[in-house]
Design a protein around this ligand. Structure first.
Ligand code: SF4
Length: 380
């Protein structure tokens, strides 16, 4: 992000970071300084927040459809003549996943006039009826807004119905960069910044958790990245509904935005930038959002291990499939086994723990432990 300079972080900046009051000016000072000092501060705050546990979830992505009424400039996934899975096909995939031992299914896809709220509700209800032990982490604020609109209901009503149907958690995707300037360039048809904020805030207030995401490394400025993380912090102060932040680096292949960048000699974010964003996110969100994910599917397994020394405490999911990243040139594979996660985490000198979507500890052999607890709380 910035040129490396050897500096010592000012004491008042460190004090505010410990108090969960890092300001935007503080964040810029930290990014302009030595990356090693930044990583060290982030790692210290990580240890204070969640100790040495590194969590991961056994899960499966299920892509309902690759049809989409949107036309995002970074998308390599949408196609004109795509598929829409039937409820039976989705249940079959959930069953395969359950037999493979997963505790979460992550249901996502494009938004299309062919999918309304009734279909989403049927999917959630059917999964919950047949597999009550599996966490359903599904849909994005964009999909909920679109389906609610074509179904003639408000977003709040749609969210309430999803909760009653058994939705455990809404995904925090479609956030991209929470700046309308950026959104007009990369995803003009998507909901705007305020609509994303309003949707996740409404979800949190009716008891649906979400994660938060940031998709960076394209047309946004460093300040816009930071503003995004501060927006997440402000929402969290009001609702306490985010389980984690997932920084996702932009993959510039097979999509319009990436092709323009590559043609002008610009490439994706560097490994150093990836680590700096994880570290500064940990610092900005300290005392507000405990969990920062190093997502192996974007970073690769080795950089994800390094990120565990820079503020991250979670490695995300086993996945089983990741059509979106592979379509955009992701080359880190589509599955990591629990055994490999354990090896990666122990190799980074930390303690592996399986979790579910809501960061409740899971026993690998007996499902979610009866006495649910937040992993971070166990450390205190
Ligand atoms: S990124 Fe998602 S919303 Fe955008 S065009 Fe692709 S499938 Fe549609």
């Amino acid at each position: 992000m910035y040129t490396k300079k050897q500096t010592v972080i000012p004491e008042d900046v460190v004090d505010r970071a410990y108090q969960g009051k890092c300001s935007k000016e503080d964040a810029l000072v930290l990014l302009e300084g030595s990356p090693f000092e930044l990583f060290e501060l982030a790692d210290t705050l990580r240890a204070q927040a969640v100790g040495d546990i590194v969590s991961y979830v056994t899960n499966r992505n299920i892509y309902i459809t690759n049809k989409c009424a949107g036309n995002c400039g970074f998308c390599a996934y949408r196609t004109e003549k795509g598929y829409i899975l039937s409820v039976d096909e989705i249940l079959k995939k959930v069953d395969e996943a359950r037999k493979a031992g997963v505790v979460e299914v992550c249901i996502q896809g494009g938004y299309t006039p062919e999918i309304d709220m009734e279909f989403y509700l049927e999917i959630v209800e059917s999964i919950k009826a047949e597999f009550p032990e599996i966490c359903i982490h599904a849909l994005s604020p964009m999909e909920v807004n679109y389906a609610a609109g074509i179904s003639g209901m408000s977003v709040e009503e749609a969210l309430r119905k999803l909760k009653r149907s058994g939705l455990d958690s809404l995904t925090g995707t479609s956030a991209e960069i929470l700046s309308d300037r950026v959104r007009k360039i990369i995803c003009p048809e998507k909901i705007n910044t305020q609509q994303w904020i309003d949707t996740v805030t409404a979800a949190h207030k009716i008891g649906i958790s979400t994660n938060a995401t940031i998709m960076y490394g394209h047309v946004e400025t460093i300040e816009e990245r930071l503003d995004h993380v501060f927006v997440i912090r402000e929402i969290q102060k009001e609702t306490d509904g985010f389980t984690e932040l997932i920084p996702m680096s932009f993959l510039p292949y097979n999509n319009r935005i990436g092709e323009k960048m590559l043609a002008s000699g610009k490439f994706a974010s560097t490994g150093l930038e990836d680590l700096q964003l994880i570290a500064i996110s940990r610092i900005i969100l300290h005392t507000h959002v405990n969990n920062i994910q190093a997502t192996w599917v974007k970073l690769g397994k080795k950089l994800a291990q390094v990120a565990l020394q820079c503020g991250a405490n979670d490695l995300g999911g086993t996945l089983m499939e990741d059509q979106i990243s592979t379509a955009s040139g992701g080359s880190n594979g589509e599955y990591v086994s629990p055994a490999e996660f354990e090896w990666m985490i122990k190799g980074a000198g930390r303690i592996p723990v399986q979790r579910d979507t809501l960061y409740r500890k899971v026993s690998p052999n007996s499902g979610i432990e009866k006495a649910h607890f937040r992993i971070a709380e166990e450390q205190k």
